[in-house]
Write a protein that binds this ligand. Structure first.
Ligand code: HEM
Length: 213
């Protein structure tokens, strides 16, 4: 079995552990006095963790030269969408009892809900177009351009977390720090590559002059 298949076989059940843990706690009275809050926080946390994990695949594969890692990005991204959907469902179902008028009012009135909702909406086209068929239909370049939305999702998700926390902002700031590193890598790496490409043609004539002299 190749490395990618093995990694997928391990990651798939691992990504379901947070959901299984919530299910187990729900069945054994382990969700405490405010189960809705526990479910909302756990699904929200895992959505954000999985978005950041998806974003870290490209730097990780380049730094470690393990290029097969790219094959994991789609699965992890889809799990981020899965937990995001559970998070949103917890809110509209358990918190708002499907009162869509109330939900819509909240989206317009509470800034942290507005940005959380925007982050979730941006995840939708990414999940829908994650198939080979959509890559073909959109063309590689357009598909890549569209999938850069994941960075905007990450930024909105961190703002959502920062704005909803009232006192201790350490956790959202830690996520923000990780996201900043990933964004910085995204900006710095192409700049370095362009610099390297520009440096090569100027170096060649100099070296050929040296050898011909
Ligand atoms: C990509 C989308 C989203 C991400 C990554 C995300 C992430 C998070 C995170 C990390 C938390 C805090 C968890 C904790 O305290 O440990 C949270 C809480 C929450 N989120 Fe989201 N969220 C998203 C979308 C949404 C949406 C669409 C809604 C509703 C429209 C929403 C409503 C809430 C609510 C009500 C809370 C709890 C607030 C509180 O405890 O006062 N989120 N979310």
């Amino acid at each position: 079995m190749n490395r990618l298949r093995l990694a997928k076989l391990l990651i798939f059940p691992a990504a379901l552990i947070p959901l299984a843990s919530l299910g187990w706690k729900a069945l054994h009275d382990g969700l405490g006095a405010n189960p809705i809050e526990v479910i909302t926080h756990s699904t929200g946390d895992w959505t954000l963790i999985l978005i950041l994990t998806t974003l870290s695949i490209t730097p990780l594969r380049r730094i470690t030269r393990q290029y097969w890692l790219i094959g994991l990005r789609r699965m992890i991204g889809l799990f981020a969408f899965f937990y995001g959907t559970l998070h949103f469902l917890t809110y509209i179902w358990l918190d708002k009892f499907f009162d869509l008028h109330e939900v819509w009012k909240d989206v317009g009135k509470r800034p942290f809900i507005t940005v959380g909702f925007s982050a979730f909406v941006l995840l939708m086209p990414l999940a829908i177009t994650s198939t080979q068929g959509w890559i073909r239909r959109l063309g590689g370049k357009n598909w890549q351009r569209l999938h850069r939305l994941i960075y905007a999702t990450g930024v909105l998700a961190v703002i959502h977390y920062l704005w909803l926390v009232k006192a201790d902002k350490r956790k959202p700031l830690e996520y923000g720090f990780v996201l900043s590193l990933l964004l910085l890598y995204r900006v710095v790496m192409p700049a370095l590559e362009t610099h390297r490409k520009l440096a090569v043609p100027t170096a060649t004539p100099a070296s050929s002059r040296a050898t011909s002299a």
